[in-house]
Each structure stands twice: as C-alpha cells, then as structure tokens.
Design a protein around this ligand. Structure first.
Ligand code: ADP
Ligand code: MG
Length: 698
C-alpha cells in the first residue's frame, strides 16, 4: 500500500530537510499526502503565446517563447540586478531579477528555448518582466491543457525557492511516484451514483489539468470528498454521543411553565417562538440529550424562549443555567428574567466575575443544594467551585464567543449530562451552520415580534457631521436615546480608545444640554455598569461605546445607532450593532459613518447594510464577499474549518448531497462495519484522528 500520510515529505526528491522544515512550518505540509492535498488556488490559461512585438503596457500576465541572448549586471548594492535580454525573433525584452542571481545563472542557459511568463511593464522605452516564471519547453508540455496551476506561497517559502512553480514541480515528482496507484477512498456505489471521477484521475487533474472540463470534474470529486468526510464525521459523532448520553427526560409541563405562560407572559408569543418552544420541548422530552442551536435574528425574542425552556427544566425538578459572554449581558438577562418572574416562587441567581465574595458565599451553597433553580452568569458559571445539585439544562447565549472546549466543560458539570441549548443572533448561512454545527439540531426563529418598524439605515461620509448632529438633536428632543459606537480592533486599541475618548469630549461640547455617557472595555466592571445603568434608566441620552454593547443590550427607547468608522466593521458585526435599536415602537435609524475613500468590497458591505435588514441575507452576502475563513463566528466558534477546496459560498448543493449520503450510509451501517464501508471508516480515523472532538469527552 502507498501509505502517503506516513511518508515524510523530506524524502521526496527535490525537498530535503531544509525545505521540509519550511513546508511544515509555513503550510503544515509534513507528509506526501499533505502535499498532494495542497491544491492550487487558481489556474491561468497559458495556451496562448504572445509575440514580443505585440506587447502593450496594459497587458496582464503574458507568455512568450524564445531564447536568452545575454546576461548582464546593472547597478550597485541594493539596486544591483541581473538582466537577461530575451528574444523571440519579433523583438527583445528585459528579464530582471533583484535577488537569487546565482540560482538563475546556474539554471538558465543562453540560446536555449524557454517559455517566459509574467507581467510586462514599461521602463523608460523598454519593456521588462521582473522575476518571471521560466520553463524549459519540455516542462511546459506537462501542462498539456494550457491551464497552469498557481499555489499559495509565503515569503519564507519563496526564500527557500519554494515558489508556486517549485511546488508544481514537487507535485509532478509526487504524481510520478504514485503512478496512479492510490487506493480509492470512496465506495464504488457512491462514485457511480454521484458520477464522480476516480481519486487518481482527480488528483492528477487538479494539479495538471488536461482540459477545463477535466479540471471541473476533479474539483467536483475533491470538493465532494472533503465535505462528505466532514459530514460523516460530524453525524457519526452526534450518533455516538446520543447513544452514550441519555439526558434527563423532561416529561412534565408543570406549574412553573404553566403559571408563567398563563399569568406572566407580557405578550403573545410569535408563531415562530411557539414553534421553537415546541421543538425544544419535544427534544428534551424524548430521553435523549438535547444539543440544539437556536438561531434568531437580533430582537427576535430568544430570551423569552430561553426562559420558557428553563421553566420546563425547573418543572422537572432540575436546575437550569444560562451563560452569557459579557457581564453587562449576564446582568441584563438576570434583570429581565427576574422582572418577568416577579411574583412567582422561584429562585434566580446571578454569578459573574465581579460577584462579591459575600454574595458568592451565599450563592454557591444555594446552587449546590438546589435552592437556586436558575443561575445566570458569565464564564464564572464553569469555574470549579460551581457545583449544581442537578443541572438539567445549560443555555449558552451568543455561542460564537464560546469555544467548543467551554461548551463541553459546561456539559460535564453535572453527574448527568444536561441538555444544551446554544443561542446565536449571528445568523449563519446554512452551509456554514451545517459545517460548523452539523452535529447540533437547529431551530430558527424567523419572525420578529409584531409592530416593529424596519430600521432605516443610511450611509454618510464623516465630513457631514453638522447634519448628523442636527438629526440627533431632533431625535433626542422627541425623547429618544442614541448609541454612538466606535470600532475596537486588535492591534489598534490605542488609537481606537483615543478616538472614542476624543469623540466623547466632542459630543459633550456639541450637546451641552444633554447627558452623554461612555462605556468601554478598559473600565472597571462597576464603573461600566454605572454608566450603562444611566443609559438604561434614561438619565443619559447618548451612550458612546466600543463594541461592548454589541450583543444583547436591550434599551427599547434607543432609536438611533451611529456607527463611527463603519468601514472597519464586518457585516455581521454591523448587523448586530444595528439590532440594538428598533426595539420600541418608534421609527429607528442606523447611521453608518465612513471616510470617503473606500475599497470596492467595503462599499459593497455598506450598500448591503443599507439595502437589507435581514440577518440571513446579510450573512450570505458576507460569505460571498469574504469566504468562510474570515466570517465572524467561524474563528470564535473554536472549531476551525480548514477547507482545502470546497467553498461554502458556492458549493451548497455539493454539501447537501454529501450530507444526505452520509446520513443514508449511517442509517444503513451506523458503525461503518460492512465491507464496502471499511475504507470509509479507516479514512475517517485517519482524517480526524488528530482533531477528533467526540462531543464532550474531555
Ligand atoms: P434577542 O433575540 O435579540 O435576544 P430579545 O429576547 O432581547 O431578543 O427580545 C427583544 C425584544 O422583543 C425584548 O424587548 C422583548 O421583550 C421583546 N419581545 C420578545 N418576544 C416578543 C413577542 N412575542 N411580542 C412582543 N415583543 C416581544
Ligand atoms: Mg439576546
């Protein structure tokens, strides 16, 4: 067998220990297999040769065929460069190198036919190509279809002469070694049902496409394979977890739920809320442990659903806890929930990092004895010192800020594994949700409470501040409140805080008749809370903040959200921030302030915000604009999705097919023990051995 994953890349001809180290450090390429699955990020059609005579300055990358007439050195010191005069019979052009001179003069000979590829630029009256790709004519024949692959490389790689071209050469050597003898990793019946190319064909064509059509087939095969194994792994993990953990069956809908529902509910639930509560209730009642993701746009009323769910736990003699990502949020949840439960005989506790020792000493034993039935808090909830009497349900609000690690820690808290409900207001495109949270069941609140007026979003340049102030003054005079948010971005905190503080001083001057308050992450919790409370109680009309208010804060009277330097925020973050307003009956506004100079992508981002209020639409657009790697929610989810070839923005259909087939296979053969599935099981182990999570086993 060709155990490619066990063969160290060092021993591939052309690599050696030094380059192997670079490959491993820079690209995580350690084995033959890693290299083989290191795919080009683009292909350039090189089927056409240009004549030097035809060259014009505006041309992009071009390809020439000819000979080097002579070499020469020009300049001194840092500007010393090697110049080759290249001729194809129709004219001459200069090839220029600023580094690596020895390598070039060793490798290239005069009066030998070469193929040169690069971007021509006009220098004085002559065209030149700096650091061109140069191939011997025989090498060029490897690229029969004319589609040349391009591989991502880093500066460090290039310094070890591992540019895209060198990677291509290594792939060539590797494929020669393999000789089309790789064992197929997918069962034959899947291959024929989906109509996929075999693995050897696919790998050959992904690196050296024979034609555009063959490349397309290779891509389909490899994308399918990639997504299929992720789904198979995820679904299998979920099944194992379900067998292993029973979860407490919440069979009863009892006095707490019913009393609250009949006597305390401040408004009729929306249909979406009703449906979701029902889904959760069914899931928690069937004896299996629930692992559910609750998605709902900002303001869709997730808190109420969470509360109803917690009451079900309490009705079944269990405790429930709810974990929020920030103290402000935890405190606000505590206040909201205590208010809603007023008059009911139920004990609710709050535990955060700044809970005083005395209070802590009161709460912890009460949690341990079961006297406190609902505990709300931050990360403090998962500290060693917190012991529940019988935790039946854990709710995690705004999940993307907690890693899987923390999620599992919560789960293992009790003797019996609690049901887990993860709530997120960052709508996640379906494909991303399937990949990131494919092991969770999903409920969606796709409806806002009635009577909300859509928020009006405007984009304004920052040189029109006077108009903005007038507008804000008008709104405040109508009794409304205003948020002004500044970006806070890692790496530029110092200037970011300065901008906020200067903005704060300015606003105090511009609005002497009103009270302006400020919160940011560098303040002490108590101070932050005091400022926040001024705004919540309506004593302050303007709240200036960094993104600490991003999630969850609920002040229905606030009707204007001003976002400074909006160009520096991501789409979903902008959408989150906007969701802080539009919670009351008044017309609300979101004003995006930006500089005048914007990149195309940024301009598009702001346009999307202006034109859409729908979180899912925005998330999809974000995925298309930036790819999944940069999406908020991806990085913080703690689950890196490292896709080598599939693209979640465009490969939704392939993903769905992969998931359907994985489900089908596991239904027929849950352990993957039948003969046609044995290689699946092996491959699964091999692919996920290192990063397997198996749910909550910690
Ligand atoms: P989110 O989903 O963003 O957490 P919240 O739970 O904070 O949203 O709810 C937003 C606002 O909508 C709150 O003021 C809440 O009281 C209100 N709300 C929730 N459900 C309903 C409903 N069914 N009818 C009217 N208002 C509701
Ligand atoms: Mg919320």
């Amino acid at each position: 067998m060709l155990d490619l994953e066990k063969r160290n890349i060092t021993y591939l001809p052309g690599v050696g220990p030094k380059r192997a180290e670079v490959l491993s450090k820079e690209m995580n390429i350690v084995s033959y297999e890693d290299l083989l699955y290191y795919f080009p990020y683009k292909y350039i059609d090189r089927s056409r040769y240009y004549a030097i005579r035809e060259i014009r300055e505006e041309m992009p990358y071009i390809q020439l065929k000819g000979q080097i007439v002579s070499f020469d050195y020009l300049g001194e010191g840092r500007s010393r460069r090697l110049i080759a005069i290249f001729s194809d019979g129709t004219g001459t052009i200069d090839l220029v190198w600023f580094q690596g001179h020895k390598y070039i003069t060793d490798k290239l000979k005069t009066h030998t036919e070469y193929i040169v590829f690069g971007k021509p630029t006009l220098f004085g009256s002559r065209y030149n190509i700096a650091h061109p790709d140069i191939d011997s004519v025989s090498h060029a024949e490897q690229v029969a279809g004319g589609l040349t692959p391009y591989y991502n490389t880093t500066e460090k790689m290039k310094r070890s002469f591992l540019n895209s071209r060198a990677i291509q050469n290594l792939q060539y050597t590797l494929l020669q070694t393999i000789q089309g003898q790789l064992p197929e990793t997918l069962p034959d019946y899947i291959i024929s049902r989906v109509g996929l190319t075999g693995i050897n064909q696919a790998l050959q064509n992904i690196h050296f496409p024979q034609s555009a059509e063959k490349l397309r087939q290779a891509q389909l095969r490899l994308k399918f394979e990639e997504l299929f194994y992720i789904q198979l792994n995820m679904l299998r993990t979920a099944r194992i977890r379900q067998q292993k953990f029973k979860g407490i069956p919440f069979r009863k809908v009892g006095k707490y739920f019913n009393t609250f529902y009949k006597e305390h509910l401040p408004f009729e639930l929306t249909n979406a809320q009703k449906r979701v509560v029902k889904e959760i209730r069914t899931d928690m009642g069937n004896g299996r442990q629930m692992n559910r993701l609750l998605q709902g746009d900002v303001g869709s009323g997730k808190t109420l659903v969470a509360l109803l769910t917690m009451l079900l736990a309490v009705d079944n003699n269990c405790q429930a806890c709810m974990m929020a990502p920030t103290e402000i949020l935890a405190t606000q949840h505590y206040a909201t929930i205590s208010q809603l439960l007023k008059g009911m005989d139920i004990q609710v506790g709050l535990l955060t990092g700044s809970t005083r020792k005395k209070e802590r000493n009161r709460i912890l034993p009460a949690v341990e004895s079961g006297e406190i039935q609902i505990l709300i808090g931050t990360h403090a909830l998962i500290e060693e010192t917190v012991n529940f009497h019988q935790l039946g349900l854990a709710i995690i609000d705004e999940q993307h800020r907690f890693g899987v690690e923390q999620r599992s820690k919560l789960w293992t808290k009790g003797e019996v594994v609690p049901h887990v409900l993860v709530m997120t207001a960052t709508p996640i495109p379906r494909t991303l949700a399937m990949t990131l949270y494919g092991d969770l069941d999903v409920s969606v609140i796709d409806e806002l409470p009635p009577g909300r007026k859509p928020i009006m979003t405007l984009h304004r340049y920052d040189n029109k501040k006077a108009l903005l102030y007038n507008f804000l003054r008008k709104e405040i005079s109508l009794g409304r409140q205003v948020y002004v948010v500044y970006p806070l971005i890692e790496g530029s905190e110092k200037t970011d805080y300065k901008n906020l503080e200067e903005g704060f001083e300015l606003f105090k001057q511009v609005f002497p008749e009103y009270k302006v308050c400020m919160v940011h992450g560098r303040m002490k919790a108590a101070e932050k809370d005091a400022e926040m409370q001024k705004f919540i109680r309506g004593e302050a009309q303007i709240l200036m903040a960094t993104t600490v208010i991003e999630v969850g804060v609920n002040v229905p009277n606030a009707s204007v959200m001003v976002i400074e330097s909006a160009e520096r925020f991501g789409l979903s973050q902008l959408h989150q921030l906007r969701g802080r307003v539009g919670r009351g009956a008044d017309q609300s506004y979101c004003i995006l302030i930006s500089g005048y100079k914007l990149s195309n992508e940024t301009r598009k981002r702001l346009e999307i915000m202006v034109s859409s209020n729908n979180g899912f639409e925005i998330a999809e657009a974000d995925l298309r604009l930036r790819g999944h790697g940069d999406l908020e929610g991806t990085q913080q989810s703690g689950q890196a999705i490292d896709l080598k070839i599939a693209n979640l923005a465009t490969d939704g259909q392939i993903l769905q097919l992969a998931r359907d087939l994985a489900t089908e296979i596991l239904t027929i053969d849950p352990d993957l023990s039948s003969l046609p599935h044995q290689q699946l099981r092996l491959r699964l182990q091999q692919l996920f051995a290192r990063k397997i999570t198996w749910g909550m086993i910690s």
